[in-house]
Ligand binder design. Sequence first.
Ligand SMILES: NC(=O)c1ccc[n+]([C@@H]2O[C@H](COP(=O)([O-])OP(=O)(O)OC[C@H]3O[C@@H](n4cnc5c(N)ncnc54)[C@H](OP(=O)(O)O)[C@@H]3O)[C@@H](O)[C@H]2O)c1
Length: 346
Amino acid sequence: MEVSNRFITIKNHVDGAPKESDFEIKAAALPLTLQPGSTDIIVKTLYVSIDPYQLNRMKTASSSHGTSSYSVAVNPGEAIDAYGVAKVVVSGNPHFEKDDLVVGIFSWGEYCVVKPGGMIRKFDPMGFPLSYQVGVLGFSGLTAYAGFFEVCKPKKGDKVFVSTASGSVGHLVGQYAKLFGCYVVGSAGSKEKVAVLKEKLGFDNAFNYKEETDLKATLKRYFPDGIDIYFDNVGAEMQEAAVANMNVFGRVAVCGIISEYINGGRRAAPEMLDIVYKRIKMQGFLAADHFDVHGDFVSTTCDHLRTGKIHPLDDISTGVESIPSAFIGLFRGHNIGKKMVQIAEE
Ligand SMILES: NC(=O)c1ccc[n+]([C@@H]2O[C@H](COP(=O)([O-])OP(=O)(O)OC[C@H]3O[C@@H](n4cnc5c(N)ncnc54)[C@H](OP(=O)(O)O)[C@@H]3O)[C@@H](O)[C@H]2O)c1
């Protein structure tokens, strides 16, 4: 049997904010059979993750290219690999069988051939929606968990600031921090997002950064006694304002700098004297470096999900053709929670 596999690609490198005309949908015939002796696995994609870092891969040049297997450049016309949930259609690998549910690196398309050495793992949904494997129990959740507990090294009562707090990673960081016993304030880009943080997710406070003209003064207002932990998702002015408000021995986890992804000219320039004299520890990290805590992450998060203590927000579009608009929407603040696209029903 052969299918027509539709997938998304870029038409050109994308060096500013992404727009619809940068993308196209292609189709290629894919036989759903393997050559004798092949150990490939062919999967049908169910959900794909939509993540800001993909923009850095689409650029003509980026210092991120080549730093990890996840950040390699994407070239025009190529399928774009991405994290997702899928079902095995045919397997030449003895560890996988037809109809196994799997998570791993697949592609922004309907089917994907996973070669030996590719990232793929079976999972048990444990009664949770499959979308959770992309969001709260997937890479976003691991990023939030490892970034907060391993990088920020929180203490009960710490005062925590999270930027892009209603986003995929941010909304989970804030909830882990609250459950751990911290005081948590988040920033987000709309009134609706601020209301979600305060009324649904239990943040102690939240503000719309787009309504503020002086971010240093804003953070002073929300943290009169200073910030102990800043979980940075945006970089630029917000990072400078947070560092200016940090307490001694404060910790900054630099998870991402989305506001700089579309503006190559803008760079955060935090006051380095603050870093030195307040002995602030600032650390970038990648979730992929923290698979050692994956077991703890899954069991702790499943417990919180079962007891209703954590509220994951999934923001789901439907159909492979909606991938470009879902991705573009990340850079326009359209999503609340984890952005993903459902490609097919189970
Ligand atoms: N280190 C890692 O392993 C790792 C893993 C995953 C993600 N990340 C990084 O973590 C950050 C958050 O990722 P995510 O997946 O959770 O995405 P996300 O927050 O769900 O997605 C995008 C959100 O970013 C905000 N945003 C977009 N453009 C912005 C701009 N110019 N200035 C300020 N805010 C902007 C918008 O929220 P507002 O409406 O609130 O502005 C938007 O809704 C990103 O920087 C990402 O690259 C890092």
